[in-house]
Design a binder for this molecule. Structure first.
Ligand SMILES: Nc1nc2c(ncn2[C@@H]2O[C@H](COP(=O)(O)OP(=O)(O)O)[C@@H](O)[C@H]2O)c(=O)[nH]1
Ligand SMILES: [Mg+2]
Length: 465
């Protein structure tokens, strides 16, 4: 009779053991789950972008000022326009210069530096000299700055370019385009024709400005202590630069640069929520657009075909060290790293947010995208300004004739703009908003974001979404 209780106990024990194992397993899983959640929470918190107590950027001007008075009230800054162009782009270059003269430079007369990797044709020099109101300087780029890095095997590099061309990577097969991106990323700032200047305004053949610019943006940059100004922010084409972000972040780690709010604004928020093992694996495997910790870049960058910036930033030791580091990776040729993402990642890495400026009051068009700020209500100087009254000189704004410009509208900030309609830009505002996060006190609610609206982007009332 004693056998039954003994058997019951034995069976019970057998049952209990797996139950204990299961319970242990469950406890372990719960612990791991909580650990991973806490880790993700902490990781995304450490890389969050804190909200500043107020917006750190604002338009330099709203509406029109008298450009003649603005130009006379201050000596010219130590600044120049710069346009890299080919002889074959003479018509597009002329149209850009004609436009910027009409909208700005006929009052301010800044010099313009034309750069080319080849000798300028006499025709280009003649036509552009005639079009520019300020001094025009025509110079060429030293061969070493328009070429592969010295250590690189050119034949091997050309094979890589051919591969990119076959893969359909945007401009990946074009050797000159790679040289151009490398030049604008590193050697540009040291070019002798620019050595006397502190600020530059980058122009390209075939771009246009759709509003009058009646103040001196170079002066405004110095007054407001700004280093880098932009108009447009967009996503980079992913297959042009899979390893760029990792290379920049490796430089950050090697130089013990902490992840500042401005840097964190370049991270893709969803990647910060990846569980630790997933992040580790992505970092270990070198996933495209991820850094060694497995965090991803959001691919946002400023379009560098327009820039107004402080050359001294790019000439500085930290920027030049970053460029050397990137150049040593070979990515300007093994991939097709653009100068736009290189500049953008650099300014977000090395500058605090208040040193960046969005020229939201500029109307700017570069095929196929544009922004146009609309006309600020009550600030259009319809009489043409003080210098264009009865005794008007040639320099004023000229009388506003109805139909000449877009209607004035609430929240608009521009001067004498000709926009395509009420829209402020024809690309989504997500990158603008994301990259300005460290400057922005006003942010979109989760509800706005859920509906795909990014209305906050500071300075930019009524953006399209
Ligand atoms: N001199 C010269 N300029 C170039 C060359 N390739 C591009 N550029 C200039 O570099 C700038 C950017 O080139 P672009 O074709 O507009 O590139 P995208 O704006 O990225 O499509 C423009 O100012 C071009 O005129 C080249 O081979 N030689
Ligand atoms: Mg272009």
């Amino acid at each position: 009779m004693k056998l039954l209780p003994a058997l019951t106990v034995a069976i019970f024990r057998q049952l209990r053991r797996p139950a204990r194992r299961v319970s242990l397993l469950l406890k372990g899983a719960a612990f791991l789950f909580v650990f991973l959640i806490l880790d993700s929470l902490l990781h995304s918190h450490v890389h969050s972008v804190p909200r500043p107590p107020e917006d750190l950027d604002a338009p330099f001007a709203i509406g029109c000022q008298d450009p003649v008075i603005a130009a006379a009230s201050h000596p010219r800054e130590n600044a120049a326009f710069v346009m890299l162009a080919r002889n074959s782009e003479i018509e597009e270059a002329r149209s850009t210069v004609e436009n910027i003269e009409a909208q700005f430079n006929r009052w301010f007369n800044y010099p313009i530096v034309f750069l080319n990797n080849e000798e300028w044709s006499p025709e280009f020099v003649r036509v552009l000299n005639r079009t520019a109101s300020g001094k025009a300087i025509f110079d060429t780029i030293p061969q070493a700055d328009w070429s592969y890095p010295e250590w690189m095997d050119k034949e091997e590099a050309r094979k890589l370019l051919a591969k990119q061309g076959k893969a359909g990577i945007y401009n990946g097969g074009k050797e000159s385009y790679h040289h151009m991106c490398r030049f604008y990323s590193g050697a540009f700032y040291a070019h002798p024709a620019l050595s006397e200047f502190r600020y530059y305004w980058r122009l390209e053949p075939g771009v246009s400005f759709s509003c009058a610019i009646t103040y001196d943006p170079f002066l405004a940059m110095t007054t407001h202590n700004k280093t880098y100004g932009f108009t447009t922010a967009l996503w980079e084409v992913p297959d042009t630069c899979p390893s760029l972000f990792r290379a920049v972040d490796d430089f950050r780690l090697q130089n013990s640069i902490p992840p500042t709010p401005n840097w964190n604004a370049m991270l893709k928020p969803s990647s910060l929520w990846d569980p630790f093992p997933v992040r580790w694996l992505k970092g270990y495997l070198g996933a495209a657009h991820h850094n060694s910790q497995g965090d991803a870049w959001n691919l946002c960058h400023y379009w560098s075909n327009f820039e107004i910036a402080d050359l001294d930033f790019f000439r500085s030791a930290p920027y030049q060290a970053l460029f050397k580091h990137l150049d040593s990776k070979g990515g300007f040729y093994a991939e097709r790293w653009g100068d736009a993402p290189v500049h953008s990642l650099a300014v977000h890495l090395l500058l605090p947010p208040e040193r960046l400026h969005h020229f939201s009051d500029f109307g700017y068009y570069h095929e196929p995208f544009w922004q146009c700020p609309g006309n600020a209500p009550g600030k259009q100087m319809r009489d043409g300004g003080s210098s264009s009254g009865a005794s008007a000189g040639p320099g004023g704004l000229g009388k506003w004739e109805d139909g000449d410009f877009s209607e004035e509208s609430e929240d608009a900030v521009g001067c004498r703009c000709k926009c395509f309609g009420a829209q402020r830009r024809n690309m989504r505002s997500i990158c603008l908003g994301t990259m300005q996060a460290a400057q922005a006190h006003h942010r979109p609610s989760w509800w706005d974001k859920a509906r795909g609206r990014w209305p906050y982007t500071i300075n930019i009332p009524n953006p399209v979404t």
